[in-house]
Design a protein around this ligand. Structure first.
Ligand code: FE2
Ligand code: FE2
Length: 326
């Protein structure tokens, strides 16, 4: 029988051991799930099936009227093929930016794993995640190639700055996993919303999204458990720095993931007044940005990263909402 702890210190030690054990059990479960349930893009997606071929004029690519751009009179006034091409362009750009983000993420994960000691349970899981992200990169790029559209990913200067992201784990592994959630959460949010919207989707887009959502659920779970395990034990000054950096990273990342692609605006000559109406002066666009990082915001509050000072930064970045309210 386990003896009752004799002092507060002993009880705290017991709690720490119990928390550590629960955390390790989660990592083990995620690692096992990665072996039991995973997808290979060139085995599990029937790319050449006639149903799966990409036709830019396919009306299933059209943006729905509930979409901010899709519902705008300028868009609705376009010929159907142009409406479809714009919709496809947007999906392809999201995949291109997604694969660039995941490229940075993989390099960061490997930098993190490089320094892990023997026996660390995170090592195996992080390798599973890196392999899955390798598959995602291939499947996103294959999709982009099949659209034959000249989509580009992140704008050049942003892409240059982003090359620093894989080095974040060398400074702070906690900040790195906030960055991970900053990219994965908005993508996941958008993909889940698309699949729930009751429209007929192209089977290739739908298959890719379903595979991605299923595997990302594990990645997001790992990042969240990692932060829950580590942040409350950080020294106060490091936790404060993390609390300051997190809303900045999350605010920038959500905008990168949800921003209108510049190349699309130029190619289809979308009038600037329409762009500004839809994305800049639109409370629904701001709400979308806030919502897309909602789960990460709640996690940050739960693990002690939000205080009166850092809450001001969340507000400044336009991503604050009172707990329980979206
Ligand atoms: Fe991914
Ligand atoms: Fe991921």
């Amino acid at each position: 029988m386990t003896q009752a702890p004799s002092s507060t210190a002993a009880r705290e030690r017991d709690e720490q051991v119990a928390n550590r054990k629960a955390y390790e059990a989660v990592i083990e479960r995620l690692s096992k799930a990665s072996v039991d349930k995973h997808w290979e893009p060139y085995r599990d997606i029937p790319w050449d099936d006639p149903e799966f071929l990409v036709d830019p004029a396919d009306p299933r690519w059209e943006l729905p009227t509930v979409d901010k751009l899709g519902g705008h009179p300028w868009y609705r006034g376009l010929p159907p093929e142009t409406r479809a091409a714009i919709g496809l362009w947007r999906v392809a750009t999201a995949m291109k930016i997604g694969l660039q983000f995941e490229n940075l993420l993989k390099r960061g994960l490997l930098n993190y794993a490089y320094r892990l000691p023997n026996g660390a349970p995170e090592f195996r899981y992080v390798y599973h995640e890196t392999i899955e992200e390798g598959h995602h990169g291939m499947m996103f790029q294959e999709f982009v190639n099949r659209t034959k559209l000249p989509v580009r990913g992140m704008p050049g200067p942003l892409s240059a700055i982003a090359q620093a992201a894989p080095l974040i784990p060398l400074i702070s592994t906690e900040l790195f996993f906030v960055f991970v959630l900053g990219g994965e959460d908005p993508i996941d949010h958008v993909q889940r919303k698309v699949l729930k919207d009751d429209r007929a989707h192209h089977p290739l887009e739908e298959t890719i999204m379903r595979i991605h959502i299923a595997e990302e659920a594990r990645h997001i779970s790992f990042a969240r458990h990692y932060l829950r395990n580590r942040v409350p034990r950080m020294p106060a000054h490091r936790r404060l720095l993390l609390g300051i950096a997190s809303p900045i990273i999350l605010g920038v990342m959500a905008r990168i993931m949800l921003a209108p692609p510049g190349a699309l605006i130029r190619h289809f000559k979308i009038p600037l007044s329409v762009v500004s109406e839809i994305y800049l002066r639109n409370p629904a666009a701001r709400q979308e940005i806030r919502d897309s990082i909602g789960k990460t915001r709640e996690l940050c509050a739960e693990i002690g990263l939000v205080n009166p000072l850092t809450r001001r930064i969340w507000r400044l970045m336009g991503i604050w909402a009172e707990p329980g309210r979206a």
